[in-house]
Design a protein around this ligand. Structure first.
Ligand code: ADP
Length: 494
């Protein structure tokens, strides 16, 4: 196992406080909560337990910063450079951030380093460019009674509350913070109680980059207390949430008080469709990657695998073969390919879905159970003998469990099955027939369709859901809509 670096040991030993108005502070209540390493279930740190009063302080700091000359009068060019610098510092501290991510979330260090940290830096670098490139337009209008010059200004939506989950703690912070900063908003970020460490380190990086006080405030604490207070706060103009569909609904209700704007990136139960003409040397490992990446704890996981009958056994057994060779272990061990689930709650939830699947008649052709001993490990699992109405096919498991089901041909019925979900986040299609690929992609009700690949993310590509997978988009130019108000100015020039 890799030993932790001295930097990480030093960071872990420091008090974990809230970042409010550019300073680190204890929670008003003085309370802390414990954070555990999911690979061992041992407590690794105590973190300040922010609550309603802390959220209120953070929102007031963000409100003040919004109008401050240090932020409001910063030129777009300087704002862009500052955001770029954050990306550079993430890369400078990449190993440290990846260690924290592995320790706190359980994912392999190598994955955290290559994916989470690298994509987080990309997000800041990509968004830095928008600071100088997004602008209003002039509009010729036909209104009578004057000679008008009309133009639009794109202004920051204001104080933004951002609530993020534990599956990609640093990356979700980057997805949220970078576009809000580029548009000139100020922010209160509420990180997930399971995984607060990397965002707190990111807070230090933001200060090192020179972000003015109060522009980003970070509150650690629980969802029902700190999160709910942020969603309901009357001085917050917009709430951006990533997490479960269930909590998404609570956020919408809480936001109704002052009708704050809301964007949501929620659950998924994504269909991954393999046609019999597909290149199986690509499709089989692709289907395994689609579900097992990040231990299946991805909202876009390809968790419903539809395979054309003629190749069903070859594909399901091929994915099972890959699954059975995945090495489970502590994320800091360089040999580890899959770590534990993030928490005991998630562990019980995934095991509950496995039991429900077996009761309804599904069968595991590999894995299928928890690993005995310390830590929250579930074996990568392929389930067969499943039908469309089973809970394991309809509900999001959020673990390393894929349900493989055969289909007879590419027809209306297949499209209906693929779309038979309350969710609509992502989908995969594997075929050599480019016409069929386009036809299926056009008919799938999902925000992302991958053809002959899966889970390809890029800061420039919009990501988000149809149906109950969410409102609005993350990343790309599309996310900037979440954080801007368009103001139309009309002058009678006579
Ligand atoms: P998961 O089910 O994947 O753990 P959640 O949707 O419960 O995801 O949590 C995602 C984020 O939402 C976390 O930061 C959590 O603290 C927060 N959260 C949970 N409940 C609420 C709530 N009632 N109001 C606001 N935020 C919440």
């Amino acid at each position: 196992m890799n030993a932790l670096s001295p930097k990480t040991i030093e960071f872990i030993a420091k008090p974990k406080q809230l970042l409010i108005n550019g300073r680190w502070e204890a929670a008003v209540s003085g309370k802390n909560f414990s954070v555990t390493n999911p690979a061992s279930a041992e407590v690794i740190a105590q973190v300040a337990e922010g609550d309603k009063e802390d959220i209120d302080k953070a929102v007031k700091a963000a409100r003040q910063a919004l109008e401050s000359s240090a932020w409001a009068a910063m030129t777009p060019s300087d704002r862009g450079k500052l955001i770029w610098r954050i990306g550079d510092l993430i890369l400078k501290y990449a190993d440290e951030l990846a260690e924290l991510e592995s320790l706190d979330n359980g994912k392999p260090f190598t994955v955290a380093r290559a994916a989470d940290v690298a994509l987080s830096a990309d997000m800041f670098h990509y968004m830095a460019g928008w600071a100088t490139k997004r602008h209003g337009i002039t509009i010729p209008i036909s209104a009578s009674g004057g000679n008008y010059h009309s133009y639009t200004r794109l202004e920051p939506v204001g104080v933004v509350g951002q609530i993020i989950p534990w599956n990609f703690p640093l990356l979700m912070a980057a997805w949220k913070l970078a576009p809000a900063l580029t548009t000139g908003c100020t922010i209160v970020l509420k990180v997930a109680e399971e995984t607060p460490l990397s965002a707190l380190r990111l807070g230090e990086i933001l200060l090192e980059a020179g972000l003015p006080d109060g522009v980003v405030n970070i509150v650690t604490g629980f969802g029902e207390t700190a999160g709910a207070a942020l969603a309901a706060h009357p001085m917050v103009d917009k709430i951006a949430f990533t997490g479960s569909t269930e909590v998404g609904r609570l956020i919408v209700k809480a936001a109704a008080g002052n009708l704050k704007k809301v964007s949501l990136e929620l659950g998924g139960k994504s269909p991954n469709i393999i046609l019999k003409d597909a290149d199986l040397e690509l499709a089989i490992p692709g289907a395994a990657h689609a579900i097992f990446f990040n231990h299946g704890q991805c909202c876009n996981a390809g968790s419903r695998l539809y395979v054309e009958q003629a190749i069903f056994d070859e594909v399901s057994e091929g994915v099972a073969e890959i699954a059975s060779h995945i090495k489970l272990g502590n994320g800091l061990d360089p040999q580890t390919q899959m770590g534990p689930l993030v928490s005991n709650t998630q562990f019980n939830r995934v095991c509950g879905y496995l039991d429900s699947g077996y009761q309804e008649g599904a069968k595991a052709i590999c894995g299928g159970k928890k690993r005995e001993g310390a830590g929250y490990f579930v074996e990568p699992t392929v389930l067969v003998n499943a039908s469309q109405q089973m809970k394991i096919v309809q509900e999001e498991i959020f673990g390393p469990v894929v349900v493989a089901m055969p289909f007879n041909e590419v027809d209306e019925q297949l499209i209906q099955k693929a779309n038979d979900s309350i969710y609509g986040l992502a989908a995969g299609v594997w075929t050599r027939d480019i016409s069929k690929a386009h036809q299926i992609a056009n008919r799938i009700k999902a925000g992302t369709v991958w053809i002959n690949c899966y889970s390809v993310f890029d800061a420039a590509l919009p990501f988000g859901g149809y149906k109950q997978s969410g409102w609005g988009r993350e990343m790309g130019a599309a996310v900037l809509e979440n954080y801007t108000e368009a103001k139309a100015v009309t002058i009678n020039i006579g």
